[in-house]
Design a protein. Structure first.
Length: 363
């Protein structure tokens, strides 16, 4: 096939001869760009594209190609949405992260293949030799900002009436008289070996005693311990109002608690919980968090006795708190039930209310 026609020759309106420089300028100004050489089917394909193309501009209006000519009929209306930022969902958007990220690591050790299986077979609550196990895991997603580590127990009912009442708030508030003579509500964990227990009660006696540590393992296998901050995790009112050491003294706690004994299931005395004087004794924040009982059987030790499970939870928090959908589901459910009952009562009142009001009152 022969190539397309060459570019049109240079023309001038006057007959004045051109200088060499002027001719070059005219050529640069009037000569069209070189056309591509098309053969056979390529020319047919280009012609078909030029005659059938119906472009859509950014503003959504149709523009018909000049190659289709005035004799071309109206093109079929496309079902595609217009190529606009709104209809193509290209507008700027901001999404709010309502709930934080969370990852759980179960280390109950009920399976024989679990690295914590040996520890789960230990029946003693206060064994003098602690059992250690290591569980490897990888983060499924990156965690930004502050990361909180919780311990979780399942099937552990802290909301039992006798369990919740088994404490002495006066003793926990630093009252010296209650320190020597705890409340009867603490029975059977009120005294041991003829000495008052400090802190007394079933809640304190069942204090979660697992020590959780985190290590980062790099590709070379080197372990680096991740520091954990154990202060600032309790409510301010609990730390500074409800819980105090006897006499308000956080120093010399060995002398302050002299004459008392530790809870039955503890391996340490209450004044040995932390080396930091501001986080020791009754004001130890791990102890304070445990003493605030949970309302549900699953919340954030040996667990074989109640067939429970325990896990470590890594979580971040947002402006609405941590990831816990229970309250949201409960509020929506109760609200929906109340709305449904309101509609039913409104229908009953509208249907039968006027009949009762119009009844004649007998003389």
């Amino acid at each position: 096939m022969a190539p397309l026609a060459a570019a049109p020759a240079l023309r001038r309106d006057d007959d004045r001869p051109l200088r060499h420089g002027e001719r070059r300028a005219a050529v640069r100004r009037l000569s069209p760009p070189p056309s591509p050489v098309l053969f056979g089917s390529d020319r047919v394909r280009v012609a078909m594209m030029a005659s059938s193309y119906n472009a859509k501009e950014e503003d959504g209006h149709h523009s018909v190609s000049a190659a289709s000519g005035p004799s071309a009929g109206p093109s079929a209306k496309s079902k595609k949405p217009d190529n606009t930022a709104f209809k193509q969902q290209r507008l700027p958007a901001v999404s709010t992260r309502i709930q934080g990220k969370q990852q759980e690591v179960d280390y109950t050790g009920v399976d024989a293949s679990s690295p914590c299986f040996t520890c789960s077979q230990t029946y003693s609550w206060n064994s003098s030799i602690p059992c250690k196990c290591a569980v490897s895991f990888s983060l499924e997603q990156p965690f930004e900002s502050n990361v909180f580590m919780y311990y979780g127990l399942s099937n552990f009912y802290q909301n039992h009436r006798r369990y919740v009442k088994s404490r002495d708030d006066s003793q926990l508030n630093g009252d010296k008289a209650s320190l020597r003579n705890p409340s009867k509500e603490c029975e059977p964990y009120r005294s041991h070996d003829n000495k008052p227990i400090a802190p007394c009660g079933a809640i304190a006696n069942s204090l979660f005693n697992d020590t959780l540590e985190l290590f980062y393992i790099d590709p070379n296998g080197t372990r680096t311990q991740i520091p954990l901050v154990k202060k600032g995790i309790a409510w301010w009112t609990d730390k500074h109002v409800k819980f105090r050491n006897p006499g308000g003294n956080n120093f010399n706690l060995t002398v302050v608690f002299q004459g008392t004994t530790k809870p039955v299931n503890w391996r340490k005395y209450v004044y040995e919980l932390d080396t930091d004087p501001e986080n020791n004794g009754f004001v130890n924040e791990d102890f304070i968090v445990w003493m605030r009982t949970a309302a549900l059987p699953t919340f954030h030790y040996p667990v074989r006795s109640f067939e429970g499970r325990k896990r470590m939870i890594l979580s971040t928090i947002s402006w609405m708190g941590g990831k816990n959908p229970f309250l949201g589901i409960a509020y929506i459910t109760v609200g929906s039930v109340c709305f449904f009952l309101g509609v039913v009562l409104l229908i009953i009142h509208h249907k039968y209310g006027n009949r009762n009001n119009s009844a004649d009152i007998p003389n």
